[in-house]
Design a protein around this ligand. Sequence first.
Ligand code: GLC
Length: 721
Amino acid sequence: MSRRTKEILAKMTLDDKIYHLEQITTATYLTKGSTYKVITGPNSKLKLDKEMIYDIGTSLNLVGAETMIDALTNYLDKSKSKRPPVFMQDVIHGHRTLYPINLAVAASFDRELARELASMAAKEASLDGVGVTFAPMVDLVRDPRWGRVMESSGEDPYMNSEMAKATVRGFQGDMGKYNLAACVKHFAAYGAAEAGRDYNTVDVSERTLREYYLPAYKAAVDAGVKMLMAAFNIVDGVPCVGNKHLMKDILRDEWGFDGVVISDYGAVEEMIVHGACEDKKEAALRAIEAECDIEMMSSCYAEHLRALIDEGKVTEEQIDKSVLRILDLKESLGILDNPYRSVNVEESKRVQLSPEHRALARKGAEQSAVLLKNDGVLPFSKNVSSVALIGPLASTGKIHGSWHCGGRAEETVSVYEGLSKLLGDRVKYAPGCYVEYNSEDESLFDEAVELAKSSECVVLCLGEHQDYSGEANCRADIELPEIQYKLLDKILEVNKNVAVALFTGRPLAISRLHNTAPAILNMWMPGTEGGNACANLLFGNAVPSGKITMTFPRALGQCPIYYNHYTTGRPKLLKDDLNRVLYTSSYIDVPNSPLYPFGYGLSYTTFEYSDMSLSAAVMKSDEKIVASAKIKNTGGHKGKEAVQLYIRDVKGSCVRPVKELKGFEKIELDVGEEATVSFEITEPMLRYWNQKLEHVSEKGEFEVFIGKDSTCVPFAKFELI
Ligand code: GLC
């Protein structure tokens, strides 16, 4: 905290301080439309003083420079204290120029790309008056039924941590005028919701919490993230936002985080619904004791903190600590000097959706796409005489993901637009079927089949509507809809030169698609430039290089399924994968192996790994050893390869995963080119949380793997002594 913020605090009344801890929608302050949204819309349930709302410290979610200026001017005009608010926004994967969903960006295995994309989003949002983004979301996920896997970086703690650091750096930069304060979320383990059902119970041991779920939040904190959001769910039976062990013992005391903590939307009051608090007063007490600084979209603080202070249950010093954190955040954003910060209508119009930003979003989509299968039909030739573009996701702009923020479907390049731009009128379109998962309407089949029959190649755009993933958009069935399979089968009867472009916010259990489609290019939800990226990839202007960071199951029944699992006492060996082996940890009806494993993704070229070496077979805790491999481009296209390092701790006082990602590097190789990739292995990389909850390495044997995905086998061992 600074002298300046302390001076501001000293002039604040208790009511000022309490209202500084509230957050409501920015639309409340608009002069156009109902000014008093406090009594209408989402604020209607809030019991806030109509005068004091102009001294609320922060607000959320409003897009557009002009509307921000209107809201802020009106706020300052009516505010007694004239203390400026900070505007916060869900800038999750882009602001106006949307890049791919985060699960796709992680699949790029490219830290610098993740940073660049976040930096672009920060500039666009800053020019629209935003100061804080509620991102990165770093929740580790293992269950594709959960709608929010699309916001995550997947199932691996190391990948999640690397993407968290890169994204925080991208958003925050040097906290200049085009940067945003980042807010890592959702603390903690929101992605462990049972049955993949949003907001559902989370029940993991503290050891598992620390081993798998906490590292990425810690990585963001260590990267200097300014804010953190407490999750809706319980951890160890206590809602996060009132969980002192999580929020104080671990976050504040153990990690030393002194940034702002905000609740998720209404989560403070939801402690009553959880059955953890009797009423709003107790919810306010539990949250302030857990040092939740901002209460988003509920009014327990505003209604009860004064009484709690009068009753001696809360001290004004506790309130002051939270107010100072918020004032320090505002100071770091320059808002105390200029309430309007970087908002600029004209510059915003110039920058948003600029050719440069579109080009970067397109690069993000091209680098994140994952080639799941290719029997040789891809890439299609650009000299093709005719292309049948078919499918429910072929002509829509709704391929930019569910956190579209300021992004607009009409500004998103559809596959139809992208292909037409590349190939002109050689592209003919037929919808083929509807996207609804329960559609049984085959009335569009004939037109599509006729078009396929008369075309040289077929691009078939299948998958999910973008609103089938994202918050509260969970699915109990993660197969493609039957109608899409029927369409595919009809198309294949008349044309075998077919590639499926898959649009999805999650891993899907698409064994049937894998068994029938000649090629599958997973575009995820690719963002504003999705159609151009898809066209470039399908026709060879770009070469796929993405690799999945969340396992694709063969069947939903395998979920949760993830690569970094424990062996169990009765593992089914990979060599027996397709056989029935009694009394092993396996299924009667489905192999244990996934459809596509963590780290998997194909290219139009091939890469050969050779000469793997380890610089030593023994390592002391203060030494390091180097693992290396040669990678050669042995195919016919220049391409990129995400080289992965895994390590297995063969024996521990607690059981250890069959392997863990400990490094990755994406390299580009020309045809015939060869490169050596090396990874340093140090003792801290070998540490894990033991039964005493100590973060330690244990002497003994470690296996080392370098490969193209998580199915790679160990090439060497070393002993930590
Ligand atoms: C939502 C989400 C959270 C988001 C917040 C503000 O419910 O859980 O991720 O940042 O509310 O929109």
